[in-house]
Design a protein around this ligand. Structure first.
Ligand code: XMP
Length: 509
């Protein structure tokens, strides 16, 4: 049985994924569709509600994104957010004009006593996030205003008879203090959702679907130990057991003990696990290369080569599995593309014509849902909560040429930093050590040293597209510095990277 679904129509707003996640958090399944999705596509989902996202355009400009006008005739409840509200009002005969003064940031919203269902249990003044330069100045027929701010007369509007709702503010962001309740009211009071979406259900349905699709055939999965490929392996092993062959190409650029940890988790599961120790091959291919792009390309090419060699040993496998997740699907813009994506993100696999199909059991999930599913499947915390780790691994955290000695130094230094970060419980989205190519003079005991400088990197970010450095305490930095210089031979200086992105990137290469 299909879950009740809410469609999020994308008008280019930066919060579309957040809206979709907020809906799912309330146990209602959601999908994001482009704003010009055909009415047939929309109807095929049999949605219980439709949400219009915000967007950067002005509805009265000629090329602004629109939706099909027939959407208003479907009899489905709708919620327009920001641009979405303006568009709804504009298309239904209202008027949208430029504001005298734009509103950005947290604002006080004054609720009118209209009994508007999306504000059930809320009254008076509310803190909301506004971000707009246009506003609805004339309401379409049948609409009334439910709230205003000091400079926006129609900050929330609705037509209860047709179940059309519009809010000028963003209920999906944390800055809107009671945004969750407003979305909850829309879903449960207006769309009458039953809340039938949960990870347990997703797991059951997906396991059934995978079994039906695969039958008795074999499936190959490239396992990197990252969250997505690990959860993909766990769900497939639950569905098809030993018909699943996981190939873990160990390029030798993993962090301390990581290869063994991954092996110990998956070799205990009901699946066929192949660990290929290709570290010698990778090290010799990369030796003498210091250009970052050349390193990435060399590793990417070789990764594909080794994976192909191993996969060809299982030439009876009909399916290739991938840990593609929903943000990949949305960003690629093509809903049913068969593009093969490498789990290592280090090059992308060429077309495998011999595979007759692709299995992507996580295709509908956001990252936090993938983590929840991983927990449900009994994967250990270190895998489920794993920070992003670049496909080329430590090779791009060693500046300049890579040698075995440098890899050992970095592994040890990185392990100490991660251990102390974990112990301190500091909140950072990603943290690691980098081995710079810089040697400098130091003194240890009575001896002069000439050793490497290790840089520590810890960042705070929501999306990894931008970041700020994490303000670590001096006490913690001192402890890490002292431990690394004492415990790791070959390092005599530690620096902390205090750059954000931009202008830097998170990784050093
Ligand atoms: P940058 O360095 O571009 O990194 O600010 C942003 C995020 O992406 C990760 N990253 C990679 N992930 N393959 C990956 O799978 C790569 O080649 C790669 N390079 C960077 C990085 O760790 C950070 O989380």
């Amino acid at each position: 049985m299909k879950n009740e679904t809410v469609i999020i129509l994308d008008f280019g707003g930066q919060y579309k994924q957040l809206i979709a996640r907020r809906v799912r958090e309330q146990n209602v399944y959601s999908v994001i569709l482009p704003c010009d999705a055909s009415i047939e596509t929309i109807k095929a989902y049999n949605p219980i509600g439709i949400i219009f996202t915000g967007g950067p355009n002005a509805v009265y400009m000629p090329d602004s994104p629109m939706c099909s006008a027939q959407i208003y005739l479907l009899g489905i409840p709708m919620l327009g957010i920001c641009y979405g509200m303006q568009l709804m009002c504009h298309m239904l005969g209202g008027k949208v004009e430029s504001c005298v003064s734009s509103e950005y940031g947290q604002t006080q919203l004054e609720l009118k006593n209209t009994g508007c269902p999306i504000f059930k249990e809320l009254s008076g003044s509310q803190t909301v996030l506004m971000s707009h330069t246009d506003m609805v100045t004339k309401l379409p027929e049948g609409f009334i205003s439910a709230a205003n701010t000091a400079s926006c007369l129609n900050a929330a509007v609705y037509d209860e008879k047709r179940s059309f709702y519009g809010v000028q503010f963003h209920p999906e962001v944390e800055e809107t203090k009671r945004g969750k309740e407003i979305l909850h009211n829309f879903l449960y009071e207006v769309c009458h959702a039953s809340g039938d979406y949960s990870m347990d259900d997703y797991l059951k349905t997906t396991v059934d679907e995978v079994r039906a699709k695969i039958g008795n055939e074999k499936v190959i999965l490239g396992l990197s130990g990252g969250v997505d490929s690990s959860v993909c392996a766990a769900i497939l092993s639950k569905a098809i057991g030993e018909q699943l062959i996981c190939i873990f190409v160990d390029h030798g650029f993993m962090r301390k003990n990581e290869g063994d940890e991954i092996e110990s988790v998956f070799s205990k599961r009901d699946l066929k696990f192949v660990r290929v120790d290709a570290s010698e091959r990778f090290l010799s291919a990369i030796s003498g290369i210091s250009d970052p792009e050349k390193k990435r390309k060399t590793i990417g090419r070789l990764f594909v080569e080794v994976f192909e060699e191993q996969a060809s040993k299982f030439n009876d496998a009909k399916f290739l599995a991938q840990g593609t997740i929903y943000p990949d699907v949305i960003e690629s813009g093509a809903n049913h593309t068969a593009t093969i994506k490498s789990h290592h993100n280090v090059g992308g696999l060429p077309e495998h014509t011999r595979f007759s199909g692709i299995v992507e059991p996580l295709r509908g999930l956001f990252k936090d849902e993938v983590r929840n599913l991983g927990r449900l499947l009994g994967l250990p915390d270190f895998l489920v909560n794993r920070q992003p780790f670049p496909g080329p691994g430590l090779a791009i955290r060693i500046i300049g040429e890579i040698t075995r000695e440098k890899l050992d130094i970095l592994r040890d230094a990185d392990a100490i930093f991660r251990e102390e970060m974990k112990r301190s419980r500091v909140k950072a989205s990603q943290y690691f050590a980098v081995l710079t190519d810089l040697k400098s003079v130091g003194v240890m005991g009575d001896f002069r040293t000439y050793d490497y400088t290790v840089a520590l990197r810890a960042v705070k970010t929501n999306d990894f597209m931008t970041c700020e450095y994490a303000p670590l305490s001096h006490k913690l930095l001192k402890k890490v510095s002292s431990r690394i210089t004492n415990e790791v031979k070959g390092v005599n200086r530690i620096v902390y990277d205090i750059t954000g992105k931009p202008p830097a990137t998170i990784e050093w290469e």
